[in-house]
Design a protein around this ligand. Structure first.
Ligand code: HEM
Length: 484
């Protein structure tokens, strides 16, 4: 590793050059994002890439994102995805670029676009926003403080179960983590993140069918991802039956499971049952806790920065006085009439990205390639991380670490366009998050609506904590009071 490895000439602390264990351990402890950020600061700004395991090259600057993630030739995912953490292979865990391209073509489509969402799904999300607000309104003024981050994650989980299966699972109605969907997922992630980074653990231990049998979720589990997989199985079987009987399909309110029946693979064949089930499972896993984390982080940061909250609330009041906002607020209204609130959302996601993970890609080009001015040999695994590139002083300036929504509104237009283009919260390029617009729609609706309706008493400020690549808002405790 020190002398003969093709990546040996890249800068690295001796311990990351020696073994992948330090990074894996830091990830297990939830310290990876800060570690990478601090590591970046230890090298001069001219350092474009750092070796963070003996085989993994990390690019900390925003200028590296386009060459890594937009290149059709490096769309091949890296070993970080090889743990099977999310169950059977899905769009997310499909490694080869070509296979991904064809699966994405079949599962993508206009039903992921903003205009589709506004027409067909926003009214359904409105019902959940109203229900969420009503449930909070029922709390007595002296109620016990509760975990606001959890509440918002439960809202996001209801939205996802509604959009995928046609019915929310009742997270908001029962005020609990139904079937431990969120907590079981969170508990499993650090171990899988460890396995993703620690080459020997993954190759020697996780590849054993016996060990996999022990730790992987099972469809007869009564909770967590195993239960989710069993529900996806059941739902796919039911839809098949309904279609055979001529019920459902066209004309019916369509949810995302329905669209897996329309999807065709590269040969024009329908997806297999397993593919449909894996996709439904993936959408919930990828879209519930991540969106919940983002919702919690934005609200937490706004409350932490009282001036921002004041400004955002004033903006809502002015828009309300002019009669510009519906109840609940529509996506388009937030976009048009609440620019400061939108800036708070962008800034919150930049500072506390919900998925502060390493997104690895393999360089397959013959002779290697050049990324951010450095030559990377063929076969190397490269990655970046939204927490670190979101703090790149070259793009965001000396106050890159501060929460300053104004940066998205004021100043140089060219710089703002560069910031938009370098937004890595949802990744970018051919493997960009499929549900980005759904997540943004949730943010643009439920956050302004609760800020409009409630005062928040922060009992415990809470903090941003990484748990195996998905962050949460730990101990963010509030009391809420309905505003007049
Ligand atoms: C704030 C919330 C969210 C964040 C931060 C987020 C982040 C991401 C990121 C970073 C990726 C790319 C991973 C990679 O390159 O390997 C991704 C992929 C994906 N996300 Fe999201 N996501 C969010 C919400 C959602 C929602 C709501 C859904 C579903 C409706 C969703 C579905 C997916 C899917 C299916 C993929 C795989 C796409 C592909 O590989 O083609 N995500 N997400």
């Amino acid at each position: 590793n020190f002398f003969f490895h093709p990546l040996s000439s890249f800068p690295a602390p001796f311990y990351t050059r020696l073994t992948s264990l330090p990074l894996a351990a830091l990830s297990l402890l939830g310290r990876e994002p800060e570690f990478l950020h601090n590591l970046t600061k230890k090298y001069p700004p001219s350092t474009r890439a750092i070796l963070i395991t003996p085989t993994l090259l990390f690019f900390p600057h925003a200028s590296s994102l386009k060459p890594i993630y937009w290149s059709p030739t490096h769309n091949h995912k890296g070993s970080l995805y090889g743990t099977g953490a999310l169950g059977p292979t899905s769009l997310f865990s499909t490694i080869p670029a070509e296979d991904h391209k064809s699966l994405r073509k079949s599962l993508g489509g206009t039903h992921w676009s903003v205009s589709y969402l506004k027409t067909f799904q926003e009214p359904r999300i409105d019902n959940l926003v109203t229900f969420f607000v009503n449930q909070l309104s029922l709390l007595p003024p002296d109620h016990e403080p509760f975990q606001m981050g959890e509440k918002l994650a439960q809202f996001a989980a209801d939205v996802m179960t509604l959009l995928v299966f046609g019915k929310p699972w009742g997270f908001i109605a029962h005020d609990r983590d139904e079937r431990r969907l969120l907590s079981a997922f969170r508990e499993s992630l650090p171990m899988f993140a460890f396995a993703a980074r620690c080459n020997s653990f993954r190759e020697l231990i996780l590849s054993s069918p016996w060990i996999r049998g022990l730790i992987m979720p099972k469809v007869d589990d009564k909770t967590g991802s195993g239960y989710l997989a069993s529900q996806a199985k059941l739902a796919v079987a039911q839809r098949e039956q309904e279609r055979e009987q001529g019920i459902g399909g066209e004309g019916k309110m369509r949810d995302y499971l329905d669209y897996t029946f329309d999807a065709r693979d590269g040969n024009g064949e329908p997806l297999t049952r397993a593919q449909k089930e894996a996709h439904a499972t993936l959408l919930i896993q990828a879209g519930a806790d991540t969106t919940g984390s983002g919702l919690g982080a934005v609200l937490r940061l706004m409350l932490e920065h009282g001036e921002c909250m004041k400004k955002a609330r004033r903006e809502i009041e002015v828009a309300d006085e002019k009669g510009l906002l519906s109840t609940p607020v529509l996506y388009e209204e937030t976009k048009q009439h609440l620019p400061y609130f939108v800036a708070c959302i962008k800034e919150g996601l930049r500072v506390n990205p919900p998925a502060p993970n390493l997104f690895g890609r393999i360089i397959l080009e013959k002779g290697g390639t050049v990324i951010d001015g450095v030559h990377v040999p063929q076969g190397a695994e490269v990655c970046s991380n939204p927490y670190v590139v979101g703090r790149d002083p070259e793009l965001y300036g000396p106050d890159a670490e501060a929460f300053e929504p104004e940066r998205w509104l004021n100043g140089n237009e060219k710089r703002r366009a560069e910031m938009e283009a370098a937004n890595f919260v949802f990744s970018m390029g051919p493997r960009v998050c499929l549900g980005k617009e759904i997540a943004m729609m949730e943010m643009y609706k439920v956050l302004p609506e609760i800020v409009r309706r409630f005062d928040f008493e922060v009992v415990s400020a809470g903090k941003y904590v990484d748990r195996g690549g998905v962050a949460c808002n730990k101990d963010f405790m509030v009391r809420v009071r309905r505003r007049a």
